[in-house]
Every structure is written in structure tokens, then in C-alpha cells.
Design a binder for this molecule. Structure first.
Ligand code: PBG
Length: 340
């Protein structure tokens, strides 16, 4: 009986005309049929800025990520240039003594972000610089906007965000990335930038930004974790919603956004796909701090192969339709891609 089975197999046992495994049989073939690839052109590298000089401070909940003084930011910017990473993004760790209820430090033209922008653009004018617009790194209550009687005020906040954007544009930023989720801020910022002559400063809108538990390590990195009063569910989106993301994106585009972002990343790949298919505009994903921490924690425990998980997760964004990804893995994955 066994001999008969063997005879049958030799003659093409199951009689299949389609055998998808044939295309997977060797690396040369897998490379030829691969639909999506990750390249260094897909990466935006977020960095944390601290006061001082010559310091690199580890972020406990994000192993491998450090807060850098401005001079060290310039060194990492050089690394970005060397690796061919197109753009970097800045987030400040503001000293507690500089935080107040209205986030005044956001409007200080010499704040950490503005100094980092100036220093990097002076040395590397060709490197793209993205700056976040929102008040949370600067407010004593840790919210992205102004607060009255426990409520986040929309229009009053937008007026401040406009000023913050102008200050960042004056410092030389290339891309304003409003991450605050106030209504109407993209339009207000665009009008103000144009009026001030910053016609070429782009707006990358955090259009579909969800109220997510995955931001935990970031709040640790910028020191707002213990400060945050309550949560951000009155302005960031409900994780149960999908159609609402399209509405948010449509509004930001009408208001003048040059590109849109979905955030967090992996848990929201369906949103990236819907946005990309609906609008066909440059769409970015933010693989946030908690996603980075999950991969690193498991890898450091020996529970998964961190290098492979890193590349697979980033490739998933491309497959979902993203044009690029903000990722804390940017320098490592760029190094790996270069070695291949
Ligand atoms: C705040 C902001 C957050 C992130 C980017 N900008 C956190 C928040 O909304 O609380 C999160 C990034 C990350 O988790 O990596 N405006």
C-alpha cells in the first residue's frame, strides 16, 4: 500500500494546478514576488530632548531609547543623515519648574524644541525636521490643551497652538505636526503660517489619534505620566470607532493638511488601510512608545526574536498602505536594512 502512495505522489498526487508554495520555494523567488518592502525612505525617527549638555538619559520603559541634550540631538541627527533616514521628530522633556496650567513654555522661542530645531537645521539643512504641536509637554496637568473646570477648551487652545506653530516655524521646522486633536486647529495653523509667509512649512496632521493605553511609556519619557489629571478621552478618539477616523481625516484635509497620520499603529492597521483607500493622500503611521516597549520587553526576555519582530511590524504598516512610519526603531532598522 505504501508503494502505491509513493507512485501516486510522483505523478502529482492531489492533481493540483495551483501550488502557491512553488513561489515560496527559495529566497530568490520570494524576493521576486514580494508585494511590499520596507526601506529607509519609510522612516521618521522620534527623539526626546532634555536640558543640559553632553547627556544621554535612558528612558526606563523604553529600553534602547534615551533623552538627549541638544548637542547630543545633533549627533543623532548626524547618524540619521549617515543612515539615510529622511526625517526626525522632536519631543521635549520640560523641567517641572517650567510647567504651568497654560503651558507658557510652549511659546518660548528658546524652548528645548526650538533650540533643537535651530541646531539641527544649521548643521544638516537637508534633514527633515518634524515638530509636535500640543501643550502636554508644557502643562502642569499634562493635557494637550487649556483647561477650565476640568474641561479642555477647544477654541482657546487653538489660539495658543497657532502661536506655538509660528514659533516652531520661525525656528526653522519643516513640518508642523499637531497632535492635540482640537477641532479646527489645522485650518487655523495653515492660515497663520501662510499669513506669516511660511508657505512651505508642511502640516502633518495627527488626524486619527486614539485615546490609547499604548502612549504610557511616552508619558514617562516626557515626564507627564504622574502629572496627567484624568484622561484624554474628551479629545482623542474612541478606540471603538472607525468611520469617525475618515471624518477626522476629511476635515484635516479640507483645512489644509499635507499629510495625515493614524496613531497608534499596529492595533489600528485597519484604519490606515481605510484612510489610504479613501483619500489617496500621504498617510503616516505612528508606531507608538507602548508598541516599541512590547517588542523590546519580549525580546529582552528571550520570548521572541526582537530583530525579526521589529522588521515584521514595520513591514505590516507598508502592507496596510502607510507611506511612512514614525518609529523609535528607526536607527536600528535603518542599520539593518543597510547591512542587507
Ligand atoms: C502628545 C503626544 C503623545 C504622543 C505623541 N504626542 C501622547 C499623548 O497623546 O498622550 C505619543 C507618542 C508615543 O506614545 O510614542 N500630544
Amino acid at each position: 500500500a505504501y508503494a502505491a502512495v509513493r507512485e501516486d505522489n510522483r505523478s502529482g498526487g492531489l492533481g493540483l494546478t495551483q501550488r502557491p508554495r512553488r513561489n515560496r520555494k527559495a529566497e530568490w523567488s520570494r524576493r521576486l514576488v514580494r508585494e511590499h518592502t520596507l526601506t529607509v525612505d519609510d522612516l521618521i525617527w522620534p527623539m526626546f530632548v532634555i536640558e543640559g549638555e553632553g547627556k544621554r538619559e535612558p528612558v526606563a520603559s523604553m529600553p534602547g531609547v534615551e533623552r538627549l541634550t541638544v548637542d547630543e540631538i545633533v549627533r543623532d541627527a548626524e547618524r540619521a543623515v549617515r543612515l539615510g533616514i529622511p526625517a526626525i521628530a522632536f519631543f521635549p522633556f520640560t523641567d517641572a519648574s517650567l510647567r504651568d496650567p497654560v503651558g507658557s513654555e510652549a511659546l518660548n522661542a528658546k524652548n528645548l524644541v526650538c533650540r533643537a530645531v535651530r541646531a539641527v537645521k544649521r548643521e544638516f539643512p537637508e534633514l527633515g525636521v518634524v515638530t509636535d504641536v500640543a501643550l502636554d509637554p508644557y502643562t502642569s496637568h499634562g493635557h494637550d490643551g487649556l483647561m477650565r473646570d476640568g474641561a479642555i477648551l477647544n477654541d482657546e487652545t487653538v489660539a495658543v497652538l497657532v502661536e506655538q506653530s509660528l514659533i516652531q516655524a520661525e525656528a526653522g521646522t519643516d513640518v508642523i505636526a499637531p497632535s492635540d486633536m482640537m477641532d479646527g486647529r489645522v485650518g487655523a495653523i495653515r492660515r497663520a503660517l501662510d499669513k506669516a509667509g511660511f508657505l512651505d512649512v508642511q502640516i502633518m496632521a495627527y488626524a486619527a489619534k486614539y485615546a490609547s493605553a499604548f502612549y504610557g511609556p511616552f508619558r514617562d519619557a516626557i515626564g507627564t505620566k504622574s502629572a496627567l489629571v484624568g484622561d484624554k478621552r474628551t479629545y482623542q478618539m474612541d478606540p471603538g470607532n472607525s468611520a469617525e477616523a475618515l471624518r477626522e481625516v476629511a476635515l484635516d484635509l479640507e483645512e489644509g493638511a499635507d499629510s495625515v497620520m493614524v496613531k497608534p499603529g499596529l492595533p489600528y492597521l485597519d484604519i490606515i488601510r481605510r484612510v489610504r483607500d479613501t483619500f489617496e493622500v500621504p498617510t503616516f503611521a505612528y508606531q507608538v512608545s507602548g508598541e516599541y516597549a512590547m517588542i523590546e520587553a519580549a525580546a529582552r526576555n528571550g520570548w521572541l526574536d526582537g530583530e525579526r519582530a521589529m522588521v515584521e511590524a514595520l513591514l505590516a504598516f507598508k502592507r496596510a498602505g502607510a507611506d511612512g512610519v514614525l518609529t523609535y526603531h528607526a536607527p536600528r532598522v535603518a542599520e539593518r536594512l543597510r547591512a542587507l
